[in-house]
Ligand binder design. Sequence first.
Ligand SMILES: [Zn+2]
Ligand SMILES: [Zn+2]
Length: 341
Amino acid sequence: MRPDTPAENVDHAAEAARLERTSGLYPEDAEALLLRAAAHLELSGDRPAATRLYDRLLSSAATGSPGLENPSLVRALKASNLWEYDHEAEARAIIDGVRAASPRDPAPWVIVAEALESHDELEAAHETFTEGARLLLTDVPEPPYSTHPLLYGRHRVRRMLGLAHDEWDALADTLHTMPVSLDELHDPKRVWSLGSDDPADLEAEISRLRAELGAYREALSRPFPVAMLHWPADELTELLQAYPPLAAEYPSYEEHLATIEAALRELASSGTPNLGVVPGTVPSYEAFAASEGASPADPALLPQYATTLAARGRAVAWPPQRGAVCWCGSQRAYGECHGRE
Ligand SMILES: [Zn+2]
Ligand SMILES: [Zn+2]
């Protein structure tokens, strides 16, 4: 099985159009779907079109019915997008509003702080990360996975400002499990070495920074998971009985589960943020196939189905919190199930 969204080779404009279409079919999930469509428009370079989607979400909430689930997130993304095409004053005003609203979700804090950071407003970025951390992490014994970017971003900006480690920085260091440590990744000397006279040094340094910044920007525009599709045992049985050609994708249930875990670990070790697992059901898969005018027996449909479910907010974050049950549904602790080394 493949993850739903390979980062490269995506036709972002087409994907945005597909997600907008899907939002018509599932109005209850329109917010998540349109946010993802806007992210694809940003990645395609059509920032004004992304702004129009953010505005559509904000105005639909203003005029009435259900209201947005996460208005601060929509505003934060809108501000970040606006600042990228020279609407700085408007972006700043929205950012002030997001900070004043004190959202309980870490994502808007991270997005506005990173917008400030990427425009060299390090002091303001630091204040913003710290406000968010104070609000969401005071007296929290185990910071939820979703708050880690807040601590990492704060750690990064503090290194750039030359500040000494505090308790939250030490916590960020222990939470970070990538091969390169946070201190090395955020070492300001690495940035200062841009002052080097050797052109080869400079070039290498600039391309490392670009790659790193690129990863941030991508994480920024994707506050939703890259999800692996998981068929619970009874659903998988039903699926393969109804559509035998799919058996090539799923030799056995155990292997299906092992493949999901292995793929997620590989994505995590390559630095892909926001990973998740999304459970499928046969009826919803058939409905999806019908809406795409395709046969459910076509394996090419599976990753698109996973993307759509994930875009509708159905994915569960991976890895599970320490001590939490496994994503596979066994009811055993993750560490004693698929989380074992
Ligand atoms: Zn550190
Ligand atoms: Zn498991």
